[in-house]
Design a binder for this molecule. Structure first.
Ligand SMILES: Cc1cc2nc3c(=O)[nH]c(=O)nc-3n(C[C@H](O)[C@H](O)[C@H](O)COP(=O)(O)O)c2cc1C
Length: 321
């Protein structure tokens, strides 16, 4: 008898119809992709980061393709809170399938708190994802996500003004990812998403110039998947009860499975949307096939199941070389 897996998963109080979401900044606010396919099939949509005021973003060139990845320095260009509420949220509210997660970017703790407070009465929003990890802005963003004290402060202050599912999005540009993760969870985050982009540079050897106008920028795509898997695994080992959302170079269903084995309950698909707009749909289908072929009841059966050799069990992780 064929077994059809139930793909539903829980992230804190939220139930997702399947564990595949789309990552902030790679899906706009959903309308354009809805012309290509029915986005109601998605487990969740994470919006482009929203700030209180509209932001024009960084100067061009701000995108560059690298082997197995891409660099970007968009600089959190976005329509701002007012336009989001008037022009973008009504479309998202009408969707029946995906959970709607609004990603917030502030330049100060106060801006994050104001954003969360102003969204509290808006309908149609299921959760907030705090971008405390943007590498491409002069102020805010990454400054919070690389310091456990600031991480705890911003998560704790937002926690006090929202009842919504609160997700802290972590930066990979740190030495001790588990320490930052613990600070966010103890301050009240319901879940953690990881990773944002890795700080990087590309150089034009003929012109002796950086390829991207801001010089430093963020690396994403398959090139970062091994780093992201390692970080998800380390955080899951340190905080096995905290729901994790794995992000980084997910292109196919097997990539999503790898993140789940390392401890992710759900995933977000980013750069893949630029390569193949229907990648998230194919990942959902592939995941169902993967589970059914192995007669597994659902994605939970995979979470944290990476086999670790007996001889490594007592050895502190993070030691390389
Ligand atoms: C062009 C671009 C824009 C992005 N903008 C945002 C953003 O506004 N807020 C945010 O939290 N992450 C942003 N990200 C990071 C992604 O959400 C994701 O964490 C990262 O790209 C790693 O996943 P991937 O390898 O699947 O792309 C952006 C990524 C790209 C490529």
């Amino acid at each position: 008898m064929a077994v059809t897996a139930d793909l539903a998963v829980r992230i804190g109080k939220l139930t997702l119809q399947n564990p595949v979401m789309v990552a902030s900044g790679t899906f706009g606010y959903g309308q354009e992709y809805h012309r290509l396919y029915d986005v109601n099939a998605l487990g969740g949509i994470v919006t482009k980061s929203i700030s209180l005021k509209p932001r024009p973003g960084n100067p061009a060139p701000r995108i560059y393709e690298t082997p197995s990845g891409m660099l970007n320095s968009i600089g959190l260009q976005n329509v701002g809170l007012e336009a989001f509420l008037k022009e973008k949220l009504p479309f998202l509210k009408r969707l029946k399938g995906p959970r709607i997660i609004v990603n917030l970017a502030g330049e100060s703790v106060r801006e994050y708190v104001d954003l969360a407070r102003r969204l509290e009465d808006a309908g149609g929003i299921d959760g907030l994802e705090l971008n405390i990890s943007c590498p491409n802005c002069e102020r805010g963003g990454i400054e919070f996500g690389v310091d456990p004290r600031l991480t705890a402060q911003v998560v704790g202050r937002v926690r006090r003004v929202t009842r919504r599912t609160l997700i802290a999005k972590l930066s990979p540009n740190v030495t001790d990812i588990a320490g930052i993760a613990r600070a966010a969870a103890e301050a009240g985050a319901d879940a953690l998403s990881l990773i944002n982009t890795l700080l990087a540079i590309a150089v034009d050897a003929d012109r002796w110039r950086p390829r991207v106008a801001t010089v430093t920028c963020g690396l994403s795509g398959p090139a970062i998947k091994p780093v992201a898997l390692r970080m998800v695994w380390q955080v899951h080992r340190a905080l096995p009860r905290v729901p994790l959302i794995g992000i980084g170079g997910i292109m196919r269903a097997e990539d999503a499975v790898e993140f789940m084995l390392c401890g992710a309950t759900a995933v977000e698909v980013g750069t893949a949307n630029y390569v193949n707009p229907k990648a998230p749909l194919e990942i959902i289908r592939g995941l169902r096939r993967y589970l059914s072929a192995r007669k597994l009841a659902g994605p939970r059966a995979l979470v944290g199941k990476l086999a670790v050799p007996e001889r490594l069990r007592g050895i502190p992780q993070g030691v390389a070389g």
